[in-house]
Design a protein around this ligand. Structure first.
Ligand code: NAD
Length: 505
């Protein structure tokens, strides 16, 4: 087994402390949650007492009552300042993402950049919270829509995008006039402390109420208070399908709104006309990058039977050379998986796939870094069919390869999973590409041509269908999820005609 060299936990602790302090955050004392680094697998800090989530909701509601009356473009100034502060502390935020989640430097910086991008987008939107006007059927009347803030928005986030997911929600929710309570993943508390300290600073500099933004370091039980509270009109939750299935019925039962961003099972179809070089590069980035721990990571390749051997050969060759190691090293492309359980789930999935008739082509082994750090070789398993294990999301660098003969077969395989997040096709045949993007094509929220399944841009609406939860965040008109709509009918005549010709005189 090749041994991986990592910085010591003491060095990581020091860097985390420095980065936190630079962002203006302090580490709350107590023993509620353990901050740990997957780089060494060891604990960094014991954090905070269990917060009073109900009190946080009340405080947020109080702040909301003031915040909603601040003109939207002025709310935009706060978000603009947040973006500037993140840009100033981009490296600090990236350090914390690397330390807590194990992302390589470039991806951690990319995540921080995504936060800056969403702030830019939200600032623009703060001047464009537009409603429509419609012609009235009654003379001397006008119909129009107005959009208003919702109230307190809860953001429950997953470990793998420990900062970006919060910013996607928060930047939009703030310009829309909502207050935000953030329940980060227990695995990424330090990043949350740093980001919320930056937002606190932006709010303070503009003389805005501090309660507009709060972070509660708590577990799923603490999050339940947010999920069940009628004072929280919107719960935006990112995480596993299991989590979504637990909270969605509870939010529905109190007629709250849920914005769900759950698991994916993303596939690329590689068609006979594909540029195989491009396809191989796109597949490796999406499947092995971030150690397979993106919601949009590629889990399946559906390759045409005429090229599947060639493609698998190319991928195997690249996989065998992938630099696996500490994400703090410049040359590393694949860092650790988040914890021992992630490694075990990957091993179980490989075993099951092989038991189902699959062939492990490359990878799957563990690289020793000592202790409880889990560095794994990204794996490829060729499958004879799309069995149950393939239809499940395994959150690790594990790629299944299936083959097809007709494009209809390929699309059917692509869609035949419970999840509906991201999808792609590698083809130079425009008919096929269009077919894939048409109604009878991919059933996912993200449908790409000649790029992999991961790496979305902020300008588009992000999210997926089926068990991925149906939510949309980020660009396009995703801001509407954070507001309520009122339809206004204005009578500027001297009469009172009734709609539909009703006579009540
Ligand atoms: P997870 O479901 O274990 O946890 C996510 C968050 O939900 C955490 O903050 C956790 O504390 C909280 N949580 C869990 N159970 C809860 C409950 N019953 N009530 C309230 N809160 C609860 O997910 P994870 O391991 O942190 O993240 C990986 C998963 O997230 C993957 O399935 C991945 O696909 C998904 N994800 C989806 C998107 C997307 O945009 N679709 C983005 C990132 C991650």
């Amino acid at each position: 087994m090749t041994t991986i060299t990592t910085p010591s936990t003491a060095e990581l602790r020091e860097l985390a402390k420095k980065s936190l302090e630079a962002c203006g955050a302090t580490i709350p004392e107590g023993t509620g949650i353990t901050a740990r680094s997957p780089i060494t697998g060891e604990s960094l800090f014991e954090l905070g007492e269990t917060p009073d989530v109900a009190a946080a909701i009340d405080r947020a509601h109080e702040a909301f009552l003031q915040w909603r009356s601040v003109p939207a473009p002025v709310r935009g100034f706060v978000v603009k300042r947040l973006g500037e502060l993140i840009a100033e502390h981009k490296q600090d935020v990236a350090n914390l993402i690397t330390i807590e989640v194990g992302k390589i430097g470039s991806e951690a910086l990319g995540e921080a950049q995504e936060m800056i991008d969403i702030c830019d987008l939200a600032v623009g939107i703060s001047r464009q919270l537009d409603g429509r006007t419609m012609p009235s059927e009654r003379p001397g009347h006008r119909l129009m829509e107005t959009w208003h803030p919702l109230g307190v928005v809860a953001v429950i986030s997953a470990f793998n995008f420990p900062a970006a997911v919060w910013s996607w929600n928060t930047a939009l929710a703030l310009v829309c006039g909502d207050a935000v309570i953030w329940k980060p993943s227990e695995t990424a508390s330090l990043t949350a402390l740093a980001c919320s300290a930056l937002l606190d600073r932006a709010l303070k500099e503009h003389g805005m109420p501090a309660g507009v933004s709060q972070v509660v370091l708590t577990d799923a039980a603490g999050a339940s208070v947010l999920v069940d509270s009628p004072k929280v009109p919107l719960v935006s939750a990112t995480g596993s399908e299991r989590m979504g299935a637990q909270i969605a019925p509870r939010i529905a039962a109190r007629f709250g709104r849920a914005l769900l961003e759950l698991g994916g099972n993303n596939a690329a179809i590689v068609a006979p006309s594909a540029d195989l070089d491009l396809a191989a590069r796109g597949i490796v980035f999406s499947a092995a990058g971030t150690a397979g721990q993106r919601c949009t990571s590629m889990r399946r390749v559906i390759a045409h039977s005429s090229l599947v051997d060639d493609l698998v050969g190319r991928l195997t060759e690249v996989y065998a050379r992938l630099p696996i190691g500490s994400p703090t090293d410049d040359g590393t492309l694949v860092g650790p998986v988040i914890n021992p359980a992630a490694y075990e789930r990957m091993q179980e999935a490989i075993e099951q796939a092989v038991a189902d008739g699959g062939e492990l082509v490359v990878g799957g082994g563990r690289r020793d870094a000592g202790g409880d750090a889990f560095y794994v070789e990204p794996a490829i398993v060729r499958m004879p069919a799309q069995t149950d294990i393939v239809r499940r999301e395994t959150f690790a660098p594990l790629l299944y390869v299936l083959e097809y003969d007709t494009i209809e077969q390929a699309i059917a395989l692509q869609n035949d999973v419970p999840q509906g997040l991201s999808s792609s096709i590698f083809t130079l045949d425009q008919r096929e590409a269009e077919q894939f993007m048409a109604a009878e094509g991919s059933d996912c929220g993200i449908v790409n041509v000649n790029i992999g399944t991961s790496g979305a841009e902020i300008g588009g609406a992000f999210g997926g269908e089926k068990t991925t939860g149906g939510g949309r965040e980020s660009g396009s008109d995703a801001w509407r999820a954070y507001m309520r709509r009122a339809t206004n009918t204005i009578n500027y005549s001297h009469d009172l005609p009734l709609a539909q010709g009703v006579n009540f005189s």
